[in-house]
Design a protein around this ligand. Structure first.
Ligand SMILES: C[S@@+](CC[C@H](N)C(=O)[O-])C[C@H]1O[C@@H](n2cnc3c(N)ncnc32)[C@H](O)[C@@H]1O
Length: 313
């Protein structure tokens, strides 16, 4: 275990600018990861400020806890899922906060050092669980899901045009012997894509690996559940900042902010509002913000980042 912390946290200047409105305030980092964003946030809070770091990966949480050891007085570390943010903060005696940050997806530790098969570049057991206390792993999904389930997952979460052919090949392979490693899965995908006329700007395994990971960790369901809870948790004038890394996530965040900005959700043909919906947030970023070329050069992971921020009204 260990980390080199060689990269600056993604879009850190934007995150700090949009997130912190009150240095004495209470903040939540719902995806603590290596603690990169958290360290910068904690450095800007006064001794009255508090940062609650939530992380579903226990190994990762321990790494962050050690990295942030100088801030233990104003930091709380919770092993949990940001989808449960309401109960997590309530258990700490907190009703509402000044800002919440989510930096979605995987950490560098998980991809490069966790040994859980997140990367098609490595030969590791197929696991892909962010939270190892959870039951379902990529091994179980790949070796037990039906053809229809696999195809649906790879198509929906990977936006993969060849989902059907890849799923069929997975089924054929696992009839011979269980598929146990990330390398085996990657080779199966390559064997399907190689023969096809397919424009390849990325490694062909990228999309399927993303899809399996999203399904195993229920990433989109967690994000939706979290967004449903957020309006009740942020103080007036407080901020929500979310960094997404693919269009499926970003679309969910964008839609939620749009709904909150609308307030009334009555059908357009109703002459007077009957839903009593109130405007909950105003978007601070009209368009999702991208990292600068300079940041992308220094940290290629920032390339796909899209930042959206909104203020509670
Ligand atoms: C991109 S990393 C965060 C990196 C962090 N911002 C930093 O600067 O070091 C995303 C982290 O969020 C965690 N994560 C993903 N989904 C989560 C969830 N639903 N609840 C809690 N943590 C989650 C992952 O385990 C991973 O460690």
């Amino acid at each position: 275990m260990g980390s080199d912390y060689s990269h600056r946290p993604v879009q850190i200047e934007n995150v700090l600018k949009f997130l912190i409105t009150n240095p004495d305030g209470i903040y939540v980092d719902g995806t603590l990861g290596e603690g990169g964003h958290a360290l910068e946030i904690l450095s800007r809070l006064t001794r009255n400020g508090i940062l609650i770091g939530i992380e579903r990966d226990e190994e990762q949480l321990e790494i962050a806890r050690k990295r942030l050891k100088n801030f233990h007085e104003k930091a709380r570390f919770i092993h949990g899922n940001f989808a449960d943010i309401d109960t997590i903060v309530r258990d700490l005696g907190i009703d509402s906060m000044d800002g919440i940050l989510l930096d979605l997806g995987l950490s560098s530790y998980q991809i490069e050092r966790s040994g859980r098969g997140f990367s098609f570049m490595r030969d590791e057991p197929l696991d892909m669980r962010m939270d190892k206390t959870q039951q379902m792993s990529a091994f179980e999904l790949i070796n037990n899901a039906s053809y229809e389930q696999l195809k649906d997952i790879i198509k929906k979460f990977g936006e993969e045009k060849m989902a059907g052919r890849i799923s069929r090949r997975i089924i054929r392979q696992r009839e011979k012997a269980p598929i146990r490693s990330s390398k085996q899965l990657s080779e199966i995908i390559h064997s399907v894509v190689k023969g096809a006329d397919y424009k390849m700007s990325k490694n062909p395994a990228t999309r399927t690996f993303q899809a399996i990971r999203i399904a195993v960790n229920r990433e989109l369901e967690n994000l939706k559940e979290f967004l449903n809870k957020v309006p009740e948790l942020i103080n007036k004038g407080g901020r929500l900042v979310i960094l997404s890394y693919h269009s499926l996530e970003d679309r969910i965040v964008k839609r939620a902010i749009k709904e909150w900005e609308k307030g009334c959700t009555c059908p357009p043909d109703i002459p007077v509002c009957i839903c009593n919906g109130k405007v909950k947030f105003r978007a601070i970023t009209r368009k999702g913000l991208r990292a600068s070329q300079e940041e992308i050069r220094a940290n290629p992971r920032a390339r796909s980042s899209i930042l959206r921020a909104a203020e509670r009204v």
